[in-house]
Design a binder for this molecule. Structure first.
Ligand code: ZN
Length: 385
């Protein structure tokens, strides 16, 4: 097996949980890769010999971003809707129906090539693990093929049939379909199940029915909740001990207490608030209460069409009270935890060699230099991609 040493790393972010600082930072560091995994990390002066050497030139190396929330399987374009919203119209969940029509009309090849394009875009911006949801098919056939397309790109596929009730269906009929034939067709292609628990989408009882049906066939649960207003979703997620509950923009004190008392991770998606001119979630309040906070892109054609985790980090620091270290940790180690993964998100021996070489001396530049393309190289499984 060939070994590769990345040497002369000015700042290495390991996310070592046993280190004295949140990011487990090592100065003047090196990292040795064997095959697809990390074999050694430490001070460059103490690095073992390796077959190949890569000189980082004093720059920073961080874990690859783990984007635990995206909706990449879709067709169509909603630039006109975005422009209308920026001209003063308010966002409503109904805009999803435009994408549903285009997605149903697209071929598998068209959907696959669009996902490939977006995944390449993410890689260029440092994302090495991505979760991809269905949710723009809303028929048994279109949800199952959306997940089959997503599976070509990631193991972290999520069945989101309960995204919105399609035209021509009542909520009761549709929930019966999602928890019955649609689940049966989708479960083989999915690791996760999700629902949009929000006024205008699915209420708490309907969301619970979807999540419990998924759990009964072995799917892990996550939930969209409390995006557009306060509601029961966050407490439902905590009660069901879901891995993560996503958005968490409008939270009561009871919601924050429930998150702190449960193991459920709050995944914040600041690109959505940026793109819809809504108030940002209060990350500081959650962190101070002891809640685990992840950051993800929510890349989707309606409410947030960015694939950039660096943008999300900059927003979280500037607008949500996070430190640069907390934001990076949230998009790497906690993002991995939000997918129940311990093989990614940290640069430690035995973990996957998924990493990013920054054109910067420190991770702080990700927030300090917003909008600047600082990702010099992205490595997945021990190789640059
Ligand atoms: Zn979403």
């Amino acid at each position: 097996m060939t070994s590769t040493a990345i040497t002369n790393i000015g700042e290495l972010v390991t996310n070592d949980p046993d280190a004295g600082d949140l990011l487990g930072t090592i100065a003047d560091a090196a990292l040795v890769i064997e095959g697809t995994s990390i074999a050694w990390v430490g001070r460059a002066a103490e690095a073992p010999a390796a077959d190949e050497q890569v000189d980082a030139g004093g720059r920073a190396v961080i874990p690859g971003f783990v984007d635990s929330h995206s909706h990449l399987v879709f067709a169509g374009d909603r630039a006109a809707e975005f422009a209308a919203r920026m001209a003063g119209e308010s966002y409503a969940a109904g805009g999803i129906r435009t994408t549903v029509a285009a997605t149903r009309a697209a071929t598998d090849e068209e959907l696959t090539s669009r996902v490939a394009h977006l995944v390449r875009e993410m890689r260029r911006q440092g994302t090495t693990t991505v979760e991809i949801k269905s949710g723009y098919g809303l028929t048994v056939h279109d949800e199952a093929r959306s997940l089959a397309v997503a599976r070509q790109f990631t193991e972290e596929t999520t069945f989101l049939g309960a995204h919105v009730v399609p035209e021509g269906s009542t909520p009761e009929e549709y929930v019966a379909l999602v928890t019955g034939p649609m689940l049966e067709a989708c479960a083989p292609h999915a690791r996760w199940i999700d629902a949009f628990c929000e006024t205008g989408a699915f209420d708490a009882d309907q969301s619970r029915a979807v999540l419990e049906a998924g759990a009964a066939v072995g799917l892990r649960g996550r939930l969209h909740a409390n995006q557009l207003g306060a509601g029961p979703g966050v407490r439902l997620a905590c009660e069901l001990e879901l891995t993560a509950v996503d958005h968490c923009t409008y939270l009561t004190d009871a919601d924050v207490t429930a998150l702190a008392d449960s193991g459920t991770i709050a995944t914040l998606l600041p690109g959505v608030e940026f793109s819809t001119r809504q108030p940002y979630p209060d990350a500081r309040r959650l962190l101070d209460a002891g809640v685990r906070v992840a950051l993800a892109s929510d890349c989707n054609p309606g409410s947030c069409f960015t694939s950039s985790i660096p943008l999300c980090l900059a927003l979280a620091v500037r607008e949500m009270g996070m430190t640069p270290a907390e934001a990076l940790h949230a998009a790497t180690a906690v993002g991995a935890a939000a997918l129940d993964r311990d093989d990614v998100g940290r640069l430690l021996p035995g973990r996957r060699a998924d990493l990013v070489l920054l054109d910067a001396p420190t991770h702080v530049h990700l927030a300090y230099r917003p909008g600047v393309p600082l990702v010099s190289a992205t490595w997945v499984g021990g190789r640059p991609v």
